[in-house]
Every structure is written in structure tokens, then in C-alpha cells.
Design a protein around this ligand. Structure first.
Ligand SMILES: *Cc1c(COP(=O)(O)O)cnc(C)c1O
Length: 345
């Protein structure tokens, strides 16, 4: 039985074109800067994000960690959202490995942090306080429902950061989903940021890897930190080759995932046992809760769906995350909706 796996876009396998490119990739020692395929991927990423340079890293987590370590010293403070991936799901790396203090400010439902909260969060030059160094945002915002942050908001935070001499990092794991959903370029979304991380291994379907983009000087510092973290890879061109195919062929098609997400959400909204979040989906993720009258909890429903060949994320006692991606076609959308109906009705 073919499993319809809607738990995440991280489960996406490489496409046949990616496997072919991986097999053919020209490689060299990337710690020496001599892997032509890695170099090509980095140049493409920098150009797409409108930055001077880019660095290939093993994961989004390593990308955020490396970036924040490159911006902040021990005892410096980073302001980020209380639902940020970096705060919730990166094993506390910035504090464990960098001694970087995090100031968690409330994420609004739309994934933003209010400008008032950011302004009030900036520390004065008092020796009691850790110095504020960095603001980190996330786009699309995962825990806030895969919502896309607008270029206007990014610009407003960018102005605030400049005004106060702060640096600005973007966890843009799914920045291309945001760009496609908003009808703007990733370059426009990235413009106000000193550094941007994005993932190849999610909706773009590459098997491994993320990129950090920023100024040449920043990327040089990041390169040393990546080495410190054990992330200096050698013939990484076999991985980068899939990333090149991802950037060339998988970005624009993300709109298909968004359209299927809307179609599936429409079908699920007709199931009275499910309550969809207001405004879901904005990109490729649907968030919904079980109606209070349903006797089963979310893990139990997920288990019964699984018996019918459909996997979804139970992300709380009564909450689901359903993620659309390249390997989910129209037929799979039908089958997933049907499975929910069978389990709940
Ligand atoms: C997936 C994700 C990451 C981390 O990526 P990994 O490659 O899994 O380490 C970072 N930020 C966001 C918003 C993500 O969704």
C-alpha cells in the first residue's frame, strides 16, 4: 500500500532528476573550497536571496546555530518569538554551545512579533543587562500555522534594527513557500536581513542541506564556525547537486502544494468533527483541532488514519498538522479526506 504521508514536507524523497544529478556530480574537497558543485549551489543561493555569499550546511538547525554564533558573542542577547523554531526545537543550541541569552517575545497569530514588544525588549546600556545584539524572525512561521510574513513587516523590523544598531537574522526554512504565496521574490523578503537560512530538504525535496546567505565577511565567519561545529564536509557536491536541481525546478511548483492544501482544507472543513484554524492554510500546512465531542484524541485518530494508509502529525492532544508536498497528488488529497471521514463519522 502506498502511504500518504502528510506529517511533514521533510519526508520528501529526492526526485529522479536529483538522483541523476547526484550520481553525475563533479566533486572536490569543500573544506578547501574546491567542490565545484557546492560552489555553484552557494553562488545560486546567494544570487536568489540577493546576498553577497552563501554557505552550504547540513541542516536548518545548523544554519540557524551557525548564523547566530556568527552574530553574537557569549552573554549577548537575541530577541526571538516564543513560538520560534530556534527557541522551541533546536535543542537550546545557541545557549548550550554559544552562551547566547535568548529573550522570548510573544509571537502574534500571524507569526510576527509586535514592533512595540521588540522596541521595549531592547536593553539599555546598564551593566546589569545582557547587551541586545540580534533579532531573529521566522518565515514562513511553522508553529503559527505556516503563515507568511510580509515584506512590509520585514522592512519595519529592519528599520527598527538599524535605528538601534541591531543585527537581523531570518530563519527562512520555508522562505520560498512564503515568496510563492505572497507573489514576491525571496530576494525581496530577504532584503532587510543580515543573514538568512533556508532549507533544501523540505518542500524543495532535496535529501539533505540548508544554506546560509549574507555578506562576504559574515559568511567567512560562518565558515569557521561551521568547521568548529564539525560541519565541514568534503565531497559534499553529491548533496549540493540535488540542491541545484531543487533551486532550478522545485521553487515555482510550491504553488501546487499550496493549491492542494486549500483543496484538502476545503474538504476537511466539511467534516463536522474537525475545526480548522481561522485562515488556514496560508501556504502548505493545514492546522486543525478535533471537535470537543469527539471521544478519540488526536494520537488515536492519527493511528486509525495510519491503518488506512494516511499519516498526519498529531501535534497536541486534539490538534493536527497536515503538510502538503511534492509527493502528494490530487488522488492522495481525495484519499486523505476520505480517510478522515471514515475515521470520524
Ligand atoms: C525544519 C525547520 C528548521 C530546521 O531544519 P532542520 O533541517 O530540520 O534542522 C528550522 N526552522 C524552521 C522554521 C523549520 O521548519
Amino acid at each position: 500500500m502506498d502511504i500518504i504521508d502528510l506529517r511533514s514536507d521533510t519526508i520528501t524523497h529526492p526526485t529522479p532528476a536529483m538522483r541523476e544529478a547526484m550520481a553525475q556530480a563533479e566533486v572536490g574537497d569543500d573544506v578547501f573550497g574546491e567542490d565545484p558543485t557546492v560552489n555553484r549551489l552557494q553562488d545560486m543561493a546567494a544570487a536568489m536571496l540577493g546576498k553577497e555569499a552563501a554557505l552550504f550546511v547540513a541542516s536548518g538547525t545548523m544554519g540557524n546555530l551557525t548564523s547566530i554564533l556568527a552574530h553574537c558573542g557569549r552573554g549577548d542577547e537575541v530577541m526571538l518569538g516564543d513560538k520560534a523554531h530556534t527557541f522551541l526545537y533546536e535543542a537550546g543550541g545557541i545557549s548550550a554551545l554559544g552562551g547566547i541569552h535568548s529573550r522570548q517575545l510573544p509571537n502574534q497569530e500571524d507569526g510576527t512579533i509586535s514592533l512595540e514588544d521588540l522596541r521595549a525588549g531592547i536593553r539599555s546600556a546598564d551593566i546589569h543587562f545582557p547587551p541586545t545584539r540580534l533579532i531573529a524572525l521566522e518565515n514562513t512561521h511553522n508553529r503559527c500555522g505556516g503563515v507568511a510574513l510580509t515584506p512590509q513587516y520585514g522592512e519595519a523590523v529592519g528599520n527598527l534594527a538599524k535605528e538601534h544598531g541591531l543585527l537581523l537574522h531570518l530563519d527562512g526554512a520555508r522562505i520560498f513557500n512564503a515568496a510563492v504565496a505572497l507573489g514576491v521574490s525571496a530576494r525581496t523578503l530577504a532584503e532587510p536581513f543580515d543573514s538568512v537560512t533556508f532549507c533544501l530538504s523540505k518542500g524543495l525535496c532535496a535529501p539533505v542541506g540548508s544554506l546560509i546567505c549574507g555578506s562576504r565577511a559574515f559568511i567567512e565567519r560562518a565558515r569557521r564556525i561551521r568547521k568548529q561545529l564539525g560541519g565541514g564536509m568534503r565531497q559534499a557536491g553529491v548533496l549540493a547537486a540535488a540542491g541545484i536541481v531543487a533551486l532550478e525546478t522545485m521553487v515555482e511548483r510550491l504553488s501546487e502544494d499550496h493549491a492542494r492544501a486549500r483543496r484538502l482544507a476545503q474538504k476537511l472543513s466539511a467534516v463536522p468533527e474537525l475545526i480548522l484554524d481561522k485562515g488556514t492554510p496560508q501556504t502548505n500546512m493545514i492546522f486543525c483541532n478535533l471537535h470537543p465531542h469527539v471521544p478519540l484524541n488526536a494520537p488515536q485518530v492519527a493511528e486509525r488514519l495510519r491503518e488506512r494508509g494516511v499519516r498526519v502529525g498529531a501535534v497536541g492532544e486534539r490538534r493536527f498538522r497536515i503538510v502538503l508536498h511534492y509527493w502528494i497528488d490530487d488522488h492522495a488529497v481525495e484519499k486523505a479526506a476520505q480517510a478522515f471521514k471514515e475515521v470520524l463519522q
